[in-house]
Design a protein around this ligand. Structure first.
Ligand code: MN
Length: 236
């Protein structure tokens, strides 16, 4: 049987000048019956169109902070390192795969922040400085397969339907987050301090994004269900 092919945005290591990948992203897709394919970062529009024809879905991975210029802000002193090649490639890929072709996509960590920005929202450049002084609960220490904080899942959202529960404990490794929500996004879950942790895009087949890291906790039932729903949304 042909497995659904899912393009995965590569991570970028500035020090090594190298593409890399966390195995959990690939394994989460594989375990759910998909075939993950790591994408090039230097692809131009024509190449991304070819890849979008080849892949049934795309996973937007975690990584560096999104360039504040993309939401018309100057970088504050507390903004972390950015990655211009990822900003460029992901903006093009999102435009082709999501906005033009309505492909299923899952965004994780940087992914939720990126989707929000590309759809017109803004970010807190540093949660502790701009959101809540106690935002340390969002930056846990390893191991990352231990929960760091709780979520309230909104009833009536597809995430609530999928998991069948109002609350979920998740891991957390981010210092930025959604400030103003893009108009086309719907909140599916919030952290106990009110921060947006899961969204979906309205009127799309499957455009979901999470602030936590299911790929670092593949043994959790919630992680399994989320990867399964993503792969199921992808045509074989
Ligand atoms: Mn968090």
């Amino acid at each position: 049987m042909t497995k659904p092919l899912i393009g995965v945005v590569p991570l970028w290591d500035e020090d090594k000048n190298s593409l890399w990948m966390l195995p959990g992203y690939m394994e989460g897709i594989s375990r759910a019956g998909g075939l993950p394919l790591m994408l090039p970062l230097d692809a131009e529009e024509e190449t991304l169109r070819q890849l979008s024809g080849l892949c049934g879905a795309f996973l937007f991975t975690g990584g560096q902070d999104v360039s504040p210029g993309l939401y018309s802000e100057e970088a504050s002193a507390l903004c972390g390192p950015v990655c211009a090649p990822r900003d460029r490639m992901e903006r093009l890929l999102f435009s082709i795969a999501v906005l033009e072709q309505d492909k299923p996509v899952l965004g994780i960590c940087r992914g939720i922040q990126l989707f929000n920005v590309l759809l017109g929202g803004t970010l807190y450049q540093d949660l502790a400085a701009q959101f809540k002084p106690g935002a340390g609960l969002h930056r846990q220490k390893p191991p990352y397969d231990k929960p760091a904080h709780g979520l309230q899942i909104n009833p009536g959202t597809p995430l609530h339907t999928l998991l069948g529960q109002d609350r979920l404990e998740v891991n957390s490794s981010h210092h930025q987050g959604i400030a103003s929500l893009a108009p086309d996004l719907e909140v599916m879950a919030r952290a106990e301090d009110g921060l947006v942790e899961a969204v979906r895009m309205r009127d799309r087949a499957f455009v979901w994004a999470l602030q936590w890291h299911p790929e670092m906790a593949l043994a959790w039932e919630s992680s399994e269900k989320i990867f399964a729903a993503f792969v199921k949304a992808c045509p074989a």
